[in-house]
Write a protein that binds this ligand. Structure first.
Ligand code: ATP
Ligand code: MG
Length: 779
């Protein structure tokens, strides 16, 4: 991990700031042209997504254009399959390049002419040293390099040799073209860098037309210049190449010229992102292909079921900075869940089925129960019917014959609720006489509890998901987990493959409710209490359904508790709880493996319990020591842990723009102060977000800022009413649509009032006044 922010402090949003300054100065006739320049030598991964979102996103924000350019100057590794997949992936992410599709290989002739010009002006020469000699004479960071004996070759000879290189007269490696800069330059990249080399290789686009190929440092800046790119954004590892970039465009091009700016690469935990390593995993069969759902490739994420929306959201959350860092995979999972939570209808599936006979239920009867698709989102409409029958399946882990103290699910003699169905009571456990394995439960149901409530008001402590045994569908369910067990597998450079997680793909035979049969095959579901799933787009067929788990649910705390309890009971032997081995069979075993480290989990559990905050939030906090410390300190000044956690996890990362909490110009006390201003209603959430962005940029005291800049919320109806009226008058068509039932427009109206008031209107009051006014005008 390198920290370069010390030498250069760009502040937040530094790429935007650069663009805005250029626009302000009237540079490039106020055009913004960016490009995404992949080399077609592999599939795109989520790191590329960050670059895509940035290049296409910034261009769009400033009404500019983003080019898609294939940087295809290495014949040996490039392939049309990759060109195709890259285009698919960029489109899938939601970006369009219209007719701005380019190939560096289309510029070969132009680049060759630029090289000729450099030779003519004495700025490039043909070097006939071997690769080894060239390497050995480059010097080191502390020692200057040695000039090549061919450095002062006459221009005419250089021209002649370079032309003959192109004509194919020489074997690979006999000559190269080098820039004539300075062999003792402090920046090693400037020590007469190579511009061209001989490669008798077939290029997927230009065929055998060329046997000399330009180097990246020559082709890239000139391709940018040829396309009139204004802002050339690349990752930090090219920082040292910038000087050469400038040299090339300054010496081989005319103005206006592009400039290069660097931002931090995305590094994600528990995976590898280098194309070379991904290729190795694919070619050596560690994964099933570039679209293996465990890979961080866009093709893999897509096949897994991740939506492009969640990837864009994730990229926005990680932000850009000039400091390299690693991103916790929990953040990606958070974005995925956040998105699917809105989109995925809830259905029931049993991943590890245990058969249950309802002894007092008639043999052939089917009771079609009504079940909402959106039980978490009550006014939302949409439901399906699910069949209740004499034989059903429940999750094996939802039953324990001899339950420990905190286990509230089904056990002998205990009553629980079947989701959307009835209360059942377990009366008998049937075991395999040979192995002792539980093969069936006998339960009674209470016909009075249909729909899930007892008329006498009696309560049960657990609600289980279930499916009908004969009317559910068998399905192969693939439970994917992290590809590596090591947080940063790339650290162990040689042995990185030894960190592969042997259990990154576990397949189970599950049963799914029949309602899914006629759904759009691309539907993403939440299997209640399990996670988000969708049909594998490659392998699933009508007669052999295959589901992929996209991401688990946020039930980390439950699992921690279960584990702690298991450990405790194994140690003390107090309860006859199942041994860890048998527990592995009865709980969805793959689920438990997809967690953060054990230490993080117990720390998260501890935070969650102590402060009563959401378990998933606790995991995010516990996963980052500095964040955890920040959280504890903020709590010392403001008591509401849930709010603090919320702001820390959901808002702060956006404002930090890639910084770490300990690099912020404000501390926990200021965050706590800000949160308390929101919580007590002094300022609106929106104002607070803006303040947070400013705090992150320049520091300050939130209370003072609010006072000095008059940011307090408007909570006085008489002050807000005229604003509400004028907004509604301004959009009469929308008001009519609203009254016609398009209630989604409320958000629009609230947004307008917010704009008018600079974000200061109290949202609840605004909503009430809008409703009041919209009704009034209708009457
Ligand atoms: P690798 O180094 O794995 O071979 P690459 O970065 O060379 O990959 P390119 O096809 O050259 O792959 O990348 C295209 C663009 O995507 C470049 O501008 C590069 O900076 C950017 N990019 C690649 N990886 C990341 C990443 N992890 N985070 C952000 N941007 C990235
Ligand atoms: Mg590259």
């Amino acid at each position: 991990m390198t920290d370069r922010s010390a030498s250069f402090e760009p502040g937040p949003n530094f790429l935007r700031a650069i663009i805005e300054a250029d626009l302000e100065a009237g540079k490039y006739d106020k055009r913004v042209v960016t490009r995404f320049p992949p080399e077609p030598n592999g599939y795109l991964h989520i790191g590329h997504a960050k670059s895509i979102c940035l290049n296409f996103g910034l261009a769009a924000d400033y009404k500019g254009i983003c080019h898609l350019r294939f940087d295809d100057t290495n014949p040996e590794t490039e392939d049309p399959e990759y060109v195709e997949s890259i285009q698919n992936d960029v489109r899938w992410l939601g970006f369009e390049w219209d007719d701005k599709l380019f190939f560096a290989s289309d510029y070969f002739e132009q680049l060759y002419e630029c090289a000729i010009d450099l030779i003519k002006s004495g700025k490039a020469y043909v070097d006939s040293q071997s690769d080894e000699e060239i390497r050995d004479t480059r010097g080191t960071v502390t020692r200057p390099g040695r000039e090549s004996p061919y450095r002062d070759r006459p221009i005419a000879d250089n021209l002649d040799l370079f032309r003959r290189m192109r004509a194919g007269e020489f074997a690979d490696g006999t000559h190269v073209l080098r820039a004539r800069i300075d062999m003792s330059a402090p920046n090693m990249k400037m020590r007469d860098p190579l511009l061209y080399r001989i490669r008798h290789a077939h290029h997927y686009r230009t065929g055998d037309e060329w046997c000399i190929y330009p180097m990246y440092d020559f082709a890239h800046p000139l391709s940018d210049a040829i396309e009139n790119i204004t802002h050339s954004f690349c990752t930090l590892e090219f920082e040292n190449n910038r000087e050469l970039y400038d040299w090339v465009v300054d010496n081989a091009w005319t103005t206006p010229r592009p400039y290069q700016y660097e931002f931090n690469r995305l590094n994600l935990d528990y995976t590898v992102m280098s194309k070379r390593k991904l290729l190795q995993l694919v070619e050596e069969g560690y994964v099933s292909g570039w679209d293996d759902p465990r890979l961080p490739t866009l093709a893999g994420l897509r096949r897994r079921g991740v939506t492009p929306d969640s990837i864009r959201d994730f990229c926005a959350r990680v932000g850009v900075a000039r400091t390299d860092s690693r991103v916790d995979i929990a953040l990606l999972e958070y974005s995925i869940r956040n998105d699917l939570n809105q989109k995925a209808p809830r259905v029931m599936a049993v991943l590890d089925p245990l058969r249950v006979v309802i002894t007092n239920y008639p043999n052939d009867e089917v009771d079609w129960l009504n079940a909402s698709y959106w039980p978490h989102d009550v006014p939302r409409e949409g439901s399906r019917k699910i069949p209740f029958t004499k034989h059903i399946y429940i999750e094996r882990a939802d039953f324990m014959e001899d339950p420990p103290r905190k286990f509230f699910r089904l056990a002998p003699g205990r009553e629980v609720r079947l989701r959307y169905g009835y209360f059942i009571t377990c009366e008998d456990v049937v075991k395999d006489p040979r192995t002792g394995e539980i093969i069936e439960l006998h339960c009674r149901y209470d016909p009075e509890t249909r729909g899930g409530d007892a008329p006498d008001g009696r309560k049960v402590k657990a609600t289980l998901h279930w499916v009908s045994a004969d009317r559910s569908l068998p399905a192969e369910v693939r439970l994917y987990d992290r590809l590596f067990s090591d947080r940063n597998p790339e650290q162990e450079s040689d042995d990185w493959k030894s960190a592969l997680n042997p259990e990154s793909a576990v397949t189970v035979e599950a049963r799914i409710e029949p309602s899914i049969t006629n759904d759009d095959p691309a539907t993403r579901y939440q299997f209640e209490r399990q996670g988000y799933f969708w049909r594998d787009p490659v392998d699933s067929r009508d007669d052999h359904i295959v589901f992929n788990r996209i991401v688990t649910l946020r039930d980390t705390w439950a699992k921690v508790a279960a584990r702690e309890e298991r450990v405790a009971t194994t140690v003390t032997g107090k309860n006859k709880a199942p041994s860890p081995e048998s527990a592995d069979v009865t709980t969805t075993s793959a689920e438990r493996r997809s967690e953060p480290t054990r230490t993080q989990l117990s720390k998260a559990a501890e935070i969650s319990r102590r402060h009563g905050i959401d378990e998933e939030d606790a995991v995010l906090i516990a996963g980052d020591e500095k964040l955890a410390h920040f959280f504890e300190q903020a709590l010392a000044s403001h008591g509401n842990a849930t709010s603090i956690a919320n702001w820390l996890i959901h808002e702060l990362p956006r404002a930090m723009k890639g910084k770490r909490v300990d690099q912020l110009p404000f501390g926990p006390a200021e965050l706590a102060e800000l949160v308390s201003l929101v919580d007590d209603g002094t300022i609106s959430g929106r104002t607070a977000k803006e303040l947070l962005a400013r705090l992150a940029a320049e520091g300050g005291r939130p209370g003072e800022m609010v006072r000095e800049q008059g940011l307090s919320q408007v909570t006085d109806p008489s002050e807000l009413r005229p604003v509400v009226a004028s907004v509604i008058d301004r959009y009469p068509d929308k008001a009519v649509e609203f009254r016609g039932g398009k209630h989604g427009l409320m958000g629009f109206f609230v947004g307008q009032v917010m704009r008018e008031t600079g974000g200061k209107a109290n949202p609840e009051l605004t909503r009430d006044l809008l409703l009041e006014r919209l009704k009034e005008v209708a009457d």
